[in-house]
Design a protein around this ligand. Structure first.
Ligand code: NAP
Length: 319
């Protein structure tokens, strides 16, 4: 039986990845901040709360990370824990950069010092590419334009450096936006769906948004975590883009959700206070390397994903 450590197991991707690895008969060890504040929503929703072992570990503390790796001797480590919001990173730049960078360095230093053979996955992001020539490819120049993306770019370069300097098996997955029922409520698509349902039920008047003329490449989270697993099953470590190959405007996402729920576009309010200091105008990637080398399959239109998300939200009765 293989053992996998997942950091950030309480987040969207952590829960879906844990479910995938449980299906594959892994022993799954999830690192959490504290037993007192743990959010079990995702693990419960996927019915795996009793199948994973949850362990307190402060990823900012090298001695704790070393002790955990020594105890569990993982075959694979999926590092998903991060302050993951671009908007919040503008309000909390220091905390975002400190945690998102030091946590990665601690895990890689621990692996190096313990001479561990564990394969390491780093959750990187399309945000590191900033406003670049499209489509984004694995060879595209890294050009981060927010505190979040600066932290993810640094974490990627650290992973690459440990791979090249010490021969560690470390991969970065540059994932583009991906959504699910388990997405936090502060992210755009989830926020739009929840608020549209509230408006439909008469519990809210308007949806307030920032700049919705920008375009993003959105995908379906349960399929994206499959790519993380595949990256660590390869013989050699490489970095991959995980994306849908096309972008849509945020406005068209709202139009689709409002149409599905029969909500008038008059309920939409643009609030300039919600605009970010810097913003990527349009971004989409080319997933041909992931499809070819990893055998990863993805062919969903985001409008179909949106319909599934709305159905799941309505079925769970949330308003
Ligand atoms: P998420 O739902 O926001 O989950 C983040 C996880 O990180 C949670 O388990 C959270 O734990 C943990 N975490 C945050 N700050 C922490 C800290 N200071 N100490 C310890 N744990 C901390 O994120 P996600 O959507 O699953 O994304 C997973 C990873 O992929 C993240 O690194 C994210 O930046 C990256 N990514 C996501 C996307 C996307 O579209 N979802 C795209 C590209 C990259 P708590 O429950 O205790 O808060």
């Amino acid at each position: 039986m293989k053992t996998a450590i997942i950091t950030g197991i309480t987040g969207q991707d952590g829960a879906y990845l844990a479910a995938l690895l449980c299906q594959k008969d892994y022993k799954v060890v999830g690192l959490i901040r504290s037993y007192h504040t743990i959010n079990r929503k995702g693990l419960k929703y996927l019915g795996i709360q009793d199948q994973v072992e949850l362990v307190e570990c402060d990823l900012a503390d090298l001695s704790q990370v070393m002790a955990t790796i020594k105890e569990y001797k993982p075959d694979e480590i999926y590092n998903l824990a991060a302050q993951s919001s671009v908007s919040l990173s503008f309000r909390q730049p220091i905390g975002t950069i400190q945690f998102n960078v030091v946590s990665v360095l601690n895990i890689l230093e621990a692996l190096r010092m313990l001479d561990s053979p564990a394969k390491f996955y780093q959750a990187s992001s399309s945000e590191v590419f900033g406003d670049s020539e499209l489509p984004i490819r694995e060879t595209t120049y890294i050009n981060p334009i927010s505190p979040y993306s600066i932290s993810k770019a640094s974490a990627h370069w650290i992973t690459k450096n440990y791979r090249e300097s010490y021969g560690l098996f470390g991969c970065s997955g540059f994932l583009f936006n991906h959504e699910s029922y388990l997405r936090s409520e502060n992210f755009f698509v989830k926020k739009v769906i929840l608020q549209a349902i509230k408006i439909k039920k008469g519990h809210a008047e308007t949806l307030e948004v920032g700049n919705i003329d920008i375009k993003r490449d959105f995908g379906w989270a349960p399929k994206y975590v499959e790519a993380m697993y595949l990256m660590l099953q390869q013989d050699t470590p490489e970095d991959y883009l995980i994306c849908s190959n096309r972008s849509v405007t945020l406005r068209s996402v709202i139009e689709c959700v409002f149409k599905e729920l029969d909500v008038s576009m008059d309920r939409l309010v643009i609030d300039e206070k919600l605009f970010r200091p810097t913003e990527i105008e349009d971004i989409y990637g080319d997933n041909s390397k992931s499809k070819k080398q990893l055998g990863w399959e993805y062919d969903l239109s985001f409008y179909d994903v949106l319909k599934t998300l709305i159905e799941e939200e309505l079925a769970n009765g949330k308003d």
